[in-house]
Ligand binder design. Sequence first.
Ligand SMILES: Nc1nc2c(ncn2[C@@H]2O[C@H](COP(=O)(O)OP(=O)(O)OP(=O)(O)O)[C@@H](O)[C@H]2O)c(=O)[nH]1
Ligand SMILES: [Mg+2]
Length: 642
Amino acid sequence: MASTIPIRFSPQALARPNTRNPNKPLPKKLPSKSHPNPNNQRNRRRRKFPPPSLSTSGGGGDATTYTHLPPRDDFVLPSFDSPPYSSAVVKLSDFDVAAPTTSGDVIESEDDELRSNLGFDYGKFELFEVNSDSEDEEEEEEEEDYDLKLMGFEGREEGIEGEGEEEVREKEKGVPAVMRCFDRAKIFVKAGDGGNGVVAFRREKYVPMGGPSGGDGGRGGNVYLEVDGSMNSLLPFRQSVHFRGGRGDHGQGRKMNGAKGEDVVVKVAPGTVIREAVEGDEGERGEGEVLLELLYPGQRALLLPGGRGGRGNAAFKTGTNKVPRIAENGEQGPEMWLELELKLVADVGIIGAPNAGKSTLLSVVSAAQPAIANYPFTTLLPNLGVVSFGYDTTMVVADLPGLLEGAHRGFGLGHEFLRHTERCSALVHVVDGSSQQPEYEFDAVRLELELFNPELAEKPYLVAYNKMDLPEASERWSTFKKKLHALGIEPFCMSAVKSEGTHEVICAAYELVRKRIEDNKEGWTDPVNLNYVADMVKKQRTATIDQFEISHDSSTNTWHVNGSGLQRFVQMTNWRYIDSERRFQHVLEACGVYKSLTDLGIKEGDTVVVGEMEMVWHDSADGSPTNMRKGSTHSIRWPQWK
Ligand SMILES: Nc1nc2c(ncn2[C@@H]2O[C@H](COP(=O)(O)OP(=O)(O)OP(=O)(O)O)[C@@H](O)[C@H]2O)c(=O)[nH]1
Ligand SMILES: [Mg+2]
């Protein structure tokens, strides 16, 4: 294996890829620096017939097919036939949302530094790089996988494959695929890596021994999340899934520091909940930890800070080492998958069974013009309307798709949207007075609310008995009223179509909202720290190197030294420079790794893995297996060729 690596080894050291992980591909071949001879016949032919360029889109185009699914006979898709919405009506299905802008969407290039000489002249380890250059390939694979996973689609498809026929049928009755991809999204974010520091020396006429002058690398770009008030869906994330901060520039001679990488700003709609995506997550509700809730336009959160730039050799100059030949790599920027979920920010949610007249109520109390028709599930997506009570007194009302019995199990449409009511201060429960048993319908919807989320059922609400203009409804009104009185509820009656009683209903709803806001004011807490994820990352970065744990795998005689400080140190060590290895050995000893390993009984030839590096342990020359370090290089037996 070792012979395949294009690195020259010093007699003292041997580098090889991690043989314990045969699935990881070998490092990519380094590109040849030589220029092609234009007169060369082969090169000319090559120019004439250039190889087909590889597409970088990663097959993401397939995802767009969802939008073209034919609407079902019994569904009307408002987005296709309704006119452009006015400011009073916001429909989540509108497709003309600007894609999120990324000020620094940079895909970092491969580090082309040659690791030509590991130059071991000290120490007891042979160093092997465990990581390979296959990161890009892995990411490409991830991207392809993700095309299938868009916004919970894969869950649906896999579910259909793996589940019984009954469940499949139940899912088919659920939300059509065309609607399922706008209020949930899964995205990948990565802060930029820091630029590398360099080794350079001042060379100037009449300035002999000018000293080290290698500058530091620049910091990597940060990842920000920002609320864009003009967005009303997460639809743009169907097109853009990966957001990467720019890499910091490398340092240069004359103590010139690299420029910092470009920041990336991910724009989300107001009311977006950001969760950490859990591995193997199928879009199940509430699985990942909630990191942030971004509610108001203009809110901006620093999510991931970019990696620190590596120090150049000017920073390593000391009284005892005035000619340091060492510089650091830039720190890698953190990365993570995020799940975004949009929950509407409305004051009042109108809920009820299908065909109860919810949309009709919204249309008469606001300027919204939702689709209204005499069949269930006319409303497929929530509609928002603004109710105005005066010059500066307004209230946002959301009309949701109808709820059926069994909605919490995925039956019907409404459960998909119930989460949008979680932010509402109050609910208006519309009951269809013309239905056979309005009381039963009322109970069924209340039960669904409770089963979906008990907190929803505890929200202040009022009951609006609708269609009082119909004789059958007015006949059943007194029975219904009695039943609700027995429960301690005072219902309202109205005819939404005739706008009778609707004003009272909406004024009562406003009262509930107002009361709720006042109650909340009393228990007002400090504003949340939007940057707390970044703060956590920064805190992790400051972990000291002497905090580590050692685990032993006796089957392979491997010792794993785990500690975030140490791993970061290994990642930032640039093995290209001769002094790096010396410093590495010093640090391992100073932080107590050698002593701990010796105490735990490490033996000659055992493997030690620290971060990305793999090393072979060699006992000292005097043969004492437990006394590895004598303080002098003479006591150390050099690693042997393998
Ligand atoms: N007679 C009468 N009909 C009404 C009244 N309110 C609504 N309707 C009718 O009931 C039907 C359903 O009204 P929608 O407002 O679409 O009902 P919805 O609750 O939004 O229904 P979904 O969106 O399907 O859940 C329509 O034909 C309306 O005209 C009313 O007060 N009186
Ligand atoms: Mg409706």
